[in-house]
Structures are given as structure tokens and as C-alpha cells.
Design a protein around this ligand. Structure first.
Ligand code: ADP
Ligand code: ADP
Ligand code: MG
Length: 775
């Protein structure tokens, strides 16, 4: 549901984006239209300006001109004005038609509830505003017309006045000419008169002074008249000149008018052309805008259709989603109640269950404790029955030292079902051996130690423990006991375990752990931690009469942590390295012992315990050919042979519960006497190499192991029959060994002739008694 909701949300966002795009496109179109209308307006404005200019020109011309020409001109202009107005009207009609077409288109467009309509309305509003503005301009035009009318009226008045003044001038002229004519007439009459006057004068001259006086007067009068005539003539001349100049100016004005008319005509032609061009431009622009708008509109419609179909498909999904959502919401609303109820019941159930579990737990604990005690008892009994000696086998992996080819092939195989069985292919024959446990090559140090762990911890309880590593040189004895720094062996792990166990018991017990390290080479005991390593130590009986053995001069280090242990080991190693030139050679020819003593004191009861853990890395068990070795090498071999067979004797004797155990036959067994006898526990780790070339040695080691292990609990009388353990050289003759015990109660083998528990316990008890007495 959430995913579909998210999807819907995304779809919604996409649609919104599309809508925004459409709006932007519409806005762009609007802008286009606006610019177009602005252009048109500008054109109208320029036209108006031109009209005004022309009107001014006309008025100017009229004022300059006056007369009938101006009237004609005015009529012409008025007609032109009318024509222009009609043109404008036609333009407006076109514009209206265009708008109507647009509206039609918009109405045809079936988007009835989209924002385009609103924008269209806005556009229409703008259009109407523009129309209103056009109306206003028209009104202004009418006003201007009126003004023009007024001006023409005034012009007519001025013309009338001009006519009047012209008429007046004509009258004046007439008057003047009439006076001139009168004056000429009088002059003429006066000219006709002089003879008479002359005559008179003569007569006057003759006749009287009176007449002379009258003559003088008439003469002065005559002179005055003549002067007057001259003056009049001058005035006439001036008048004529004036007339001429005014006629000239008139001609000039007429030429000017002609010029102006031509100019006007030209301007009008230009204006017409411009108007035509503008008209065309306007039409083109409108067409372009229209086509563009149509294309955009189409695209918008397509988009809209797509969006609609999308919406249609999305709607059912949305419906189901909302349905789901509602049901979920209901569930969620009901959930807390349900949860509380369930929780309450669950809590009640849980507390009840806890109560029950508690009671059963208590019961179980009680039973467990009882069982634990029983198990401990049983275990002890089992260990006792099995004997305190166990034999493990460990097969090391094939290493680089084994070389390559058939010689290095593995001759050892394991049983998948039984981890105590091992098969060896020797000279084409398969020989099987059964031990207490067999570790295959892949077994880790950890796994090996897990099997040894129980022995180590019993040391804390006061038991003596011996762990031997037996096998030919290179079979992994040192690896098992000491291990490597990265992968420590039994030594380190045992001590670590001891420390942790001691720490766990620290509440009730005080423990002291001491460590000694010794080496037995050629039957002489040397202290590896002492100051005088060459000194040969002796094993002596305790003077306190306890029958315990001790080695005077053997260094004992008290250790408290793993670090101390590491220091001790390092010290021992350094000793061995400095003392011996060939460490490997020497170490394989000597027995190395690590003796850990754990002394405990129970603070509450005052009980004291002492446990000894002996970890022995034995010398190599390989046989040295009698003919091949001589000198010290032969002596070494003899000593090793002796001590190893003595060890075998001792273990054999112990395991078969013989009355006499020949501890004294070698330094090793003598030193370990108290750790091998009694309730002590012994583990023999027989190391073998799986390589083909080592099969004969491997066979010997395994035979040794099986022999040690296969000793059955038998009657004490067996002591007499068995005698001593055969020497190492004789181990390879199994017939003789097998024939060693013809009178034994049961043949060797696991699970053979196991007596009933009752018989066993009574028998073991008697054996223990006997062992005690044998010391
Ligand atoms: P030994 O002490 O019997 O003479 P070593 O312990 O020195 O034999 O072993 C011989 C070689 O084999 C050593 O290099 C050792 O690391 C290797 N080796 C022995 N056992 C194992 C094992 N279980 N896993 C790996 N390497 C081993
Ligand atoms: P002691 O402690 O009295 O000196 P040992 O126990 O060291 O005597 O025995 C001396 C030798 O006699 C040893 O080599 C030992 O193996 C041998 N020996 C003693 N008793 C027996 C016996 N019952 N069976 C076999 N050999 C024995
Ligand atoms: Mg070794």
C-alpha cells in the first residue's frame, strides 16, 4: 500500500509539473498577444499623431492661406479623415472577428474546468480594456474632429473677414480712382480755363489791381491744386506698388500652397504605404501567433488527454489503495486494544508458566544434584574399571619434510564411525589398531586438549597426572606438548586451565603452583631451570618416611600467571639451546619433563592437597640399526631403548595390576614413580607419521600403543606369567608379544569379556587393596 501511495504521489507530482509547463506556455502566448495588441496600439497612436500633425498642418495652411483654396483643402482633408476613420473601423472589425474566432476556439476546446479558461477570461478582460481604450481614442478622435470643425468655422469667418477687407479695399480703390478722375477732370477743366484767366490777367493787368490780386490767389490756388494732384499721383503710384507686391506675395503663397499640397500628397501616400505594410505585418503576426497558439493548444490537449487516461487508470488503483488503507487503519486502531488484551493474558500465562517452571526447576535442580553425585560416583567407578591409564593416538599431517612422490603418500586411514580405530597400510597389507581415541591429522591442538582437560583439572583435586608423548622423531611429540607460539600445545593450555580453575576456587582455597623443568639424557637427570645445568641430579627418598621421592637441587619456580610460565619456558629453552650444539638432535635423544605441582589449602577445613602434573616429551622411539650405530650414538640408543622399554614395562605392569611394578629400571620411571602408581592418572599420547616411508616405525609405535592399552584387568597371579616388558627391538614381532599372555582371562580387544559390574567392583576393590600394599 505504501509503495502504491508513493507511486501515486509521484504521479501527482509529475502531473503538477505538466500543469506548470502548460501554464507557462499559456503565459508565453498571453505575452505574445499582449505585445501584439501593444504593437497595434502603438500603430494607432502613431496614426493618431500623424492625424494630429496633419490637422495642425491644415490649420496652419489655412491660417496662412485663407480663401476658397483652403476650403477645398479642408474638404479634401475631411474626406480623407473620414476614409481613415472607416479604415480604422474596418481594422477594429477585423480585430473583433479575430477575437471572436479565438473565443470560438476556446469554446470549442473542451477544457471546461481547467485554468486555461480563467486565463482566457483574463485575456478577454484585457481585450475589453483595449476595446475601451480604442473607444476612448475614438472619442478623442471625435473631439479632434470637432476641433477641426471649429477651426474650419473659424477659417470661414476669417475668410469672410478677408473678403470684407478685400471689398473695403476695392471700395477705397474705387473711391481713390474716382477722386483721381475728379481731380483729372478738374485739372482738365482748369486747363481749359487758363486762357480765360490769361485774358483776365491781361485785363486785370490792364484793368485793375483787384483783378491782379484775384489772379494771384487763383494762381496760388492752382499751385496748391497741382501739388495736390502730384501728391495724389504719388499716392496712386504707391498704391499700385502695394498692389503689385501683394499680388507677388499671393503668387508666392500659391506656389507654397502647391508645394505643401504635393508634400501632403506624398506624405499621405507614404502613410498609406506604411499603413499597408503595418497591416500586412499585423496580419502576419496575428496569423503566426494564431498558428503557434493552435499548435500549443493541440499539444496541451494531447497532454491533457494523456493525463486524463493516466488518471482514469490510476483511479481504480487509488480506490483499492484507499480501501486497503482504511481496513489497515481500522486494524491499527483496534490493534492496541487487542494487544493489551493479549499482553494481559500472555502476562498471566507467562507468570503462571514461570511459576511452574520455577517449581519444576527447583525439582530438577534437586534431582540434578542427586544425579551429579551419582554420576561422579559412577565416573570414578568407570575410571577405576577402565584403569587410570589411557592411550591416545595422534597422526600428524603430511609435511614438507616428508618430501614428494609415493614416499610421502599417506599410509594411514581412519574409520568414519569409530574415532578409536586407525588403519595402516604396511607392505600391501592393511593392519587395524584400536586405541582409546585417535586424532586425525586435521585435529587441532584445541581438540586434543579438550580430551586432556579432565586429567589436568583432577590435578587440582590432588591427583598425580602423567602425560607422555611417545613416537619416532618427527612424529609430532614436541608439537603436541609444546606446540608453536601461535598454536600452543598441552603444556601452556594445561597451565592456563590450572590458573583459571584456581582463580575460580579462590574463594575457599589457597593454591600454590610451582614449575620444574628437567631433562633425562643417557640416564642422567639434569635441571633445566638450575644454575648448574651440567650437574647430574639424584632421586632420593624423602627422609620423613612418607615413602615419597624427591630430587634435591631441582629448581622449583612459583608461578602465578601465564606470563610467569612463558618466562620459565623461555629460560628453559635458552638453557637447552646454550648447552647443546644440535638442539633437534639432542632433544630427540632425551626426555624432557615439565613438572607442575599444585598445592592447595582449604581455608575452612584446613585440608591440604598436593597434585603433580608431569608433562613428558619422550625421546624418539625409532630403532637404531645394531650394525649402523657405534660409540656415543649406540650408547644413546641403548639408553633410550632401555628407558622406553622400562616405561612400557611399568605401564603394562600398572595396567595389568601386577604386584610388582618395575619403577627402578630407568631414571624416568623412578622419577615418576609416585605419579604413575596409586590413584594417579596416566595418558600416553602415541604420535605417528602417516608418510609411506615411516610405516615400519609407525607400525612399531602403534603396536606399542595397542599393547599398553590392551592389557586387561586380570588376576594378580598374572604377575608371574608376564615377566618384564620386551625391549623395543622385539616390538616388531607381534607373535611373540601376543603369545606373551596365553593364560590371560580374556584375549586382547575392546569390549571383550567385560565382567558384570558387581564382579568388577569387588575385583577392583581387591586389586586396590593389593596395590596399596605393594606401595
Ligand atoms: P618430534 O617432537 O616427535 O620429533 P615435532 O613435534 O618436532 O616431532 O614435529 C615434527 C614436525 O611436524 C614439526 O615441524 C611440527 O611442526 C610438525 N607437526 C607435528 N605434528 C603436527 C600437527 N598435528 N600439525 C601440524 N604440524 C605438525
Ligand atoms: P629394592 O627397592 O628392594 O632395591 P627393586 O624393587 O629395585 O628392589 O628390585 C630390584 C630388581 O629386582 C629390579 O630390577 C626389579 O625389576 C627386580 N624385581 C624385584 N622384584 C621383582 C618381581 N617381583 N618380579 C620381577 N622383578 C622383580
Ligand atoms: Mg621433539
Amino acid at each position: 500500500v505504501m509503495a502504491s501511495m508513493a507511486h501515486l504521489q509521484k504521479e501527482k507530482l509529475r502531473l503538477q509539473e505538466e500543469l506548470l509547463e502548460l501554464q507557462e506556455k499559456l503565459a508565453a502566448r498571453e505575452n505574445n498577444e499582449l505585445s501584439l495588441s501593444l504593437q497595434l496600439q502603438g500603430q494607432v497612436e502613431t496614426l493618431k499623431e500623424k492625424l494630429l500633425e496633419q490637422a495642425q498642418e491644415i490649420s496652419r495652411l489655412r491660417s496662412e492661406l485663407g480663401g476658397t483654396d483652403a476650403e477645398k483643402h479642408r474638404d479634401l482633408l475631411a474626406a480623407e479623415n473620414e476614409r481613415l476613420r472607416q479604415e480604422m473601423k474596418a481594422c477594429e472589425g477585423e480585430l473583433r472577428e479575430l477575437r471572436w474566432q479565438q473565443q470560438q476556439q476556446q469554446q470549442q476546446a473542451p477544457c471546461c474546468d481547467c485554468p486555461h479558461l480563467q486565463e482566457n477570461a483574463g485575456l478577454q478582460e484585457q481585450l475589453s480594456q483595449l476595446q475601451r481604450e480604442a473607444e476612448e481614442t475614438r472619442a478623442k478622435l471625435v473631439e479632434l474632429d470637432l476641433e477641426v470643425q471649429q477651426k474650419t468655422n473659424r477659417l470661414a469667418e476669417v475668410e469672410l473677414r478677408l473678403k470684407d477687407s478685400l471689398a473695403e479695399r476695392a471700395e477705397e480703390e474705387e473711391r481713390l480712382s474716382r477722386r483721381l478722375r475728379d481731380s483729372q477732370e478738374t485739372i482738365a477743366s482748369l486747363k481749359s480755363q487758363p486762357q480765360q484767366i490769361k485774358y483776365i490777367i491781361k485785363t486785370v493787368e490792364v484793368e485793375s489791381t483787384k483783378a491782379k490780386q484775384a489772379l494771384c490767389e487763383t494762381q496760388s490756388q492752382n499751385q496748391y491744386l497741382q501739388e495736390q494732384v502730384g501728391m495724389q499721383k504719388q499716392v496712386l503710384k504707391e498704391m499700385e506698388q502695394q498692389l503689385q507686391s501683394s499680388q507677388k506675395t499671393e503668387a508666392q503663397l500659391r506656389a507654397q500652397i502647391m508645394m505643401y499640397e504635393a508634400e501632403l500628397e506624398r506624405a499621405h501616400g507614404q502613410m498609406l504605404e506604411e499603413m499597408q505594410a503595418m497591416e500586412e505585418e499585423k496580419n502576419r503576426a496575428i496569423e503566426e501567433a494564431f498558428s503557434r497558439a493552435q499548435v500549443e493548444m493541440k499539444a496541451v490537449h494531447e497532454n491533457l488527454a494523456g493525463v486524463r487516461t493516466n488518471l482514469l487508470t490510476l483511479q481504480p488503483a487509488l480506490r483499492t489503495l484507499t480501501h486497503d488503507y482504511n481496513s489497515l487503519k481500522r486494524q491499527v486502531r483496534d490493534f492496541p486494544l487487542l494487544l493489551q488484551e493479549t499482553l494481559r493474558s500472555a502476562r498471566a500465562e507467562i507468570s503462571q508458566a514461570i511459576e511452574e517452571v520455577h517449581s519444576t526447576n527447583r525439582e530438577l535442580l534437586r534431582k540434578y544434584r542427586r544425579e551429579l553425585q551419582l554420576r561422579k560416583k559412577c565416573h570414578n567407578e568407570l575410571v577405576r574399571l577402565k584403569g587410570n591409564i589411557r592411550v591416545f593416538g595422534r597422526v600428524r599431517p603430511i609435511t614438507k619434510e616428508d618430501g614428494e612422490g609415493p614416499e610421502a603418500a599417506s599410509a594411514v586411514t581412519f574409520d568414519a564411525d569409530d574415532d578409536a580405530v586407525l588403519h595402516l597400510l604396511h607392505k600391501g597389507k592393511q593392519v587395524s589398531f584400536e586405541l582409546d581415541k585417535v586424532f586425525p591429522p586435521q585435529a587441532s591442538q584445541e581438540e586434543v586438549f579438550q580430551e586432556v582437560q579432565a586429567l589436568v583439572t583432577s590435578c587440582i583435586d590432588g591427583y598425580n597426572v602423567c602425560i607422555f608423548a611417545y613416537g619416532q622423531t618427527g612424529a609430532g611429540k614436541t608439537y603436541t606438548m609444546e606446540g608453536t607460539a601461535a598454536n600452543p600445545g598441552i603444556n601452556q593450555r594445561a597451565l592456563q586451565l590450572l590458573f583459571s580453575e584456581v582463580r575460580g576456587k579462590a574463594a575457599d582455597w589457597d593454591y600454590a603452583i610451582t614449575v620444574s623443568a628437567a631433562e633425562i639424557y643417557n640416564e642422567s637427570l639434569r635441571d633445566l631451570l638450575g644454575k648448574e645445568p651440567q650437574e647430574k641430579l639424584e632421586i632420593k627418598l624423602c627422609p620423613d618416611g612418607s615413602g615419597q621421592l624427591y630430587v634435591p637441587g631441582l629448581t622449583e619456580f612459583r608461578v602465578q600467571s601465564v606470563e610467569d610460565i612463558n618466562k620459565v619456558f623461555e629460560f628453559g629453552h635458552v638453557k637447552r639451546v646454550t648447552e647443546c650444539t644440535n638442539l633437534n638432535e639432542h632433544s630427540s635423544r632425551s626426555h624432557a619433563l615439565l613438572i607442575v605441582t599444585v598445592r592447595g589449602l582449604d581455608r575452612s577445613t584446613g585440608l591440604r592437597t598436593t597434585g603433580k602434573l608431569n608433562l613428558v616429551d619422550l625421546a624418539g622411539s625409532e630403532r637404531v640399526g645394531r650394525s649402523g650405530a657405534e660409540g656415543s650414538r649406540l650408547r644413546e640408543a641403548q639408553h633410550i631403548n632401555k628407558s622406553l622399554s622400562a616405561l612400557g614395562d611399568v605401564i603394562y605392569a600398572l595396567r595389568s595390576r601386577q604386584g610388582h611394578v618395575p619403577f627402578r629400571n630407568s631414571k624416568l620411571t623412578y622419577l615418576l614413580q609416585d605419579s604413575l602408581s596409586g590413584d594417579s592418572k596416566t595418558l600416553m599420547m602415541v604420535q605417528v607419521s602417516p608418510a609411506e616411508k615411516n610405516t615400519s616405525e609407525t607400525l612399531c609405535s602403534l603396536k606399542f600403543a595397542e599393547r599398553v592399552r590392551s592389557v586387561e584387568l586380570g588376576p594378580v597371579s598374572r604377575k608371574a606369567e608376564l615377566g618384564s616388558w620386551p625391549s623395543q627391538e622385539h616390538l616388531e614381532v607381534p607373535k611373540r608379544l601376543l603369545g606373551d599372555s596365553p593364560g590371560s582371562a580374556a584375549p586382547p580387544g575392546r569390549g571383550h569379556a567385560s565382567p558384570s559390574p558387581g564382579q568388577l567392583s569387588s575385583r577392583s576393590a581387591s586389586i586396590r587393596r593389593k596395590l596399596h600394599t605393594s606401595g
